[in-house]
Design a protein around this ligand. Structure first.
Ligand code: NDP
Length: 396
């Protein structure tokens, strides 16, 4: 039995993971599940999957989690706080950790899991963007394994299977991008959070949905691919493929291009990572080629989608830059979703933050957290300045 700690169990990736786990009760069981604040949803998961431990990150909600578990007659132990998150990620009772917390908040438990030699299934791309080298080193030191959950990286992992030496045999990695809801929109003024979260192909959490709309998601994925597969930015390309049928490709030096295809359903890459190197049923629909129609491709428009260009530039500048980029993006997206920042200003806040924060290459998790905190403070000030400017413009 493969015992799983599911970090971010109440989210979109959490739900897809639980669906795959439920299909294979003989193979997988849950050791621990975690959430940030969603007590009710977490208790619902406990009732269904009976994990040993449930962790709520918000310590103020520990009492309500304990009470709800007791009232439901469940044996699950309630815990709270960041220390508890890290502990369930490295507990000897679990074999696999699904890192599906959103944002840099997932960094510490993900690193803890890696250091403890777990099989880490990485959805939380922000942690590798913030601390690429440290995470890779932690996996090596722990002797475990890091497997991608992101559909693009899962695709590349599958395309590289059988490659003798990726560094020598591969010409380039080609990440596909759907282009998001604004692929054909020329004017970004007045975009609402609801419009930005209405992704044409995928149903996801709100933060990654906005990242997909700005193409920052693809930028984060380029950085993630660089660390996961050991490729410099110059050998990673992004191509817009609106149908999201090809999840990514690898071009080899002999000119062969290998692609991985499938319906846009996160249960496929989750099942792949959970069962690797075997294959199991994920519940996803069969790809019906006769109904597909044309598959199209175009270059990303870096002028309209500045975030992608900023991410490429940050990758070239090192982890201090990518951690700054990530923190600024998290602040800007949160402000946009909260109605305090215009969609068009997300890239501006990130650029201003990158210009203002001086960050060396971090050599420890503490150094990453310090860069993250400094960048957040700067980004918040940028958001405030932009909010005041918008109010003044409306008033005059
Ligand atoms: P959701 O917003 O749907 O879920 C996020 C999860 O993380 C929830 O369980 C949430 O708990 C928890 N959480 C949020 N903040 C904190 C915190 N500060 N501390 C601890 N836990 C926290 O996100 P997604 O599932 O969409 O995405 C999760 C990660 O996977 C992201 O990094 C995303 O980029 C990546 N990803 C997602 C894909 C998708 O299809 N959704 C595809 C590929 C990658 P609560 O419910 O209490 O808020």
């Amino acid at each position: 039995m493969n015992r799983i700690t599911l970090l971010g169990a109440t989210g979109s990736i959490g739900a897809s993971t639980l669906d795959v786990v439920a299909r294979h009760p003989e193979r997988f069981g849950l050791y621990a599940v975690t959430a940030s604040r969603s007590v009710e949803a977490l208790v619902g998961i406990c009732a269904r999957f009976r994990p040993r431990v449930a962790v709520i990150a918000d310590e103020a909600r520990l009492a309500s989690l304990s009470d709800a578990l007791r009232v439901a007659g469940l044996p699950t132990v309630a815990r709270a706080g960041s220390q508890a998150l890290a502990e369930v990620a490295c507990a000897p009772e679990c074999d696999t950790v699904v890192a599906a917390i959103v944002g840099a908040a997932g960094l510490v438990p993900t690193i803890a899991a890696a250091r403890a030699g777990k099989r880490v299934l990485l959805a939380n791309k922000e942690s590798i963007v913030c601390a690429g080298r440290l995470l890779i080193e932690a996996v090596r030191a722990g002797g475990g394994q890091l497997l991608p959950v992101d559909s693009e990286h899962s695709a590349i992992h599958q395309c590289l299977a059988g490659a003798r030496l990726a560094e020598r045999d591969v010409r380039r990695l080609i990440l596909t991008a759907s282009g998001g809801p604004f692929r054909t929109r020329s004017d970004f003024a007045g975009i609402t959070p609801e419009e930005a979260c209405a992704h044409p192909n995928w149903v996801m959490g709100r933060k990654i949905s906005v990242d997909s709309a700005t193409l920052m998601n693809k930028g984060l994925e380029v950085i993630e691919a660089s660390w996961l597969f050991g490729f410099a930015a110059g050998r990673i390309e992004v191509v817009v493929h609106p149908q999201s049928v090809i999840h990514s490709m690898v071009e080899f030096v002999d000119g062969s291009v290998v692609a991985q295809l499938g319906t846009p359903d996160m249960r496929t890459p989750i099942a792949y990572a959970l069962s690797y190197p075997e294959r199991i049923d994920s519940g996803s629909a069969t790809l019906d080629f006769t109904q597909l129609g044309a598959l199209s491709f175009e270059a990303p428009d870096l002028r309209r989608f500045r975030c992608l260009a900023l991410a490429f530039a940050a990758l070239a500048g090192g982890t201090g830059r990518t951690a700054t980029l990530n923190a600024a993006n998290e602040i800007a997206v949160e402000a946009f979703l909260g109605g305090r920042l215009q969609f068009v200003d997300i890239a501006r806040v990130i650029e201003e933050t990158l210009n203002a924060v001086d960050a060396d290459e971090p050599d420890s998790v503490e150094a990453v957290l310090d860069i993250d905190a400094r960048a957040r403070r700067v980004a918040m000030r940028c958001v405030e300045r932009r909010a005041i400017a918008t109010l003044n413009a409306v008033a005059s």
